[in-house]
Design a protein around this ligand. Structure first.
Ligand SMILES: Nc1nc2c(ncn2[C@@H]2O[C@H](COP(=O)(O)OP(=O)(O)OP(=O)(O)O)[C@@H](O)[C@H]2O)c(=O)[nH]1
Ligand SMILES: [Mg+2]
Length: 218
């Protein structure tokens, strides 16, 4: 897919050698802890990546697909399922972090403010955080709170990569058009990684690409 902007859609091309190495995710993967305060983080002694995005975009589902586990991270139809910063250790080499979603209007305001502060301190200040995967539900597109987070990350000079999720819900040309439109609207963001990923946790699309992106950091 060619995008009419400075973005590319990530493909497996050029990653074939990495495909064979996808074994990292066949190794031991454990839940480490759920962090609820700034003093609760594990030591920053290894690379880590995280999954961020609005509630219900499919962060936990994607983490399960990537780690080849059905229910390592808890998923739900109800937005707001993940309420802690959940740490998973991959083969003792890397942390994968599942963040609570933002934009969940039904949570009490003080709760929302508390975790937003925690999550943003984490995203902007975690020394070993190699990449933030910022998930966007392809059906809903980029919302004002996504842009707010991207602007904050731009200011903090923290690298983030966009993953469009639930692409099984949209077919063919419509999918291409949507990705093209959304990519154009990312042109003004500064710290965004210039490749977007199209994914479906359900159909296992884009999963190997995400794995190979993560493996770069090991
Ligand atoms: N069709 C489809 N549905 C998906 C996909 N990924 C996730 N879902 C569904 O979307 C809903 C939310 O998924 P979660 O993985 O819990 O979303 P989340 O972003 O972790 O949500 P919070 O923890 O509440 O922020 C669930 O009903 C999933 O089954 C996908 O690739 N395709
Ligand atoms: Mg979740």
């Amino acid at each position: 897919m060619t995008l009419d902007s400075s973005f590319k859609v990530a493909t497996m091309e050029g990653r074939k050698n990495l495909k064979a190495k996808n074994s990292l995710f066949s190794s031991q993967i454990d839940f480490v802890k759920g962090v609820v305060s700034l003093d609760g983080f594990p030591p920053d002694d290894r690379p880590e990546v995280c999954f961020a995005g609005r509630s219900n975009v499919g962060k936990s589902s994607l983490l399960n697909a990537i780690t080849k586990r059905k229910s390592l991270a808890r998923t739900s139809n109800t937005p707001g399922r993940t309420q802690q910063i959940n740490y998973f250790s991959v083969s003792n080499k890397l942390y994968i972090v599942d963040l609570p979603g933002y934009g969940y209007a039904k949570a009490p305001l003080h709760e929302v403010k508390k975790w937003q502060k925690l999550v943003f301190s984490y995203m902007s200040g975690r020394r070993n955080l190699k990449r933030i995967f910022l998930l966007i539900d392809i059906r809903h597109g980029i919302k004002s709170n996504d842009i707010e987070i991207m602007n904050l990350l731009d200011e903090a000079a923290v690298n983030y990569q966009i993953i469009f999720t639930k692409c099984d819900k949209i077919k063919g040309q419509t999918l291409e058009n949507l990705v093209m439109d959304y990519a154009k609207s990312l042109d003004s963001q500064i710290a965004v990684y210039p490749e977007v990923i199209i994914s479906s946790a359900q159909q296992k699309e884009g999963i190997e690409i995400i794995r190979s992106e993560i493996e770069k950091f090991c």
